[in-house]
Design a protein around this ligand. Structure first.
Ligand SMILES: [Zn+2]
Ligand SMILES: [Zn+2]
Length: 118
């Protein structure tokens, strides 16, 4: 449940009124689903996957939230490589097959297979 007036989440099962502001204008999850899914579509278009996932959680669509987080992983997290000299991981920013470790300053070669994923 959510209060339509103050927007607070109400954790009680069957509240008569909002414990925060006293409003009787309460929204159940079902009431807000169409509004929220429309917002989610917009967030997805804008590439804001984490925000979209949070919205899905708001309307208790846990599977959808999970799905979208997977999308998010693929998009945002760059591939990172571990330095063979010191073990420090750093994200690969370019398709150069040689990388200089920011931690120890040594260079190492990125396997072709990894570069193909970029
Ligand atoms: Zn309220
Ligand atoms: Zn290193």
């Amino acid at each position: 449940m959510k209060c339509a007036d103050c927007g607070e989440e109400i954790l009680q099962k069957d509240p008569q009124k909002c414990p925060y502001c006293g409003s009787a204008n309460l929204l159940s999850v079902k009431d807000i689903v169409p509004t929220v899914t429309a917002e989610i579509e917009k967030l997805k278009k804008a590439g804001k996957y984490e925000e979209a996932a949070l919205k899905y959680e708001e309307i208790e669509m846990w599977d959808k939230a999970k799905e979208i987080r997977k999308l998010n992983m693929g998009k945002v997290s760059a591939i990172s490589m571990e330095c063979p000299h010191c073990g420090a991981a750093q994200p690969l920013a370019s398709k150069n097959n040689e990388v200089t470790c920011k931690n120890c300053g040594k260079t190492y070669v990125i396997p072709k297979k990894v570069l193909e994923l970029l």
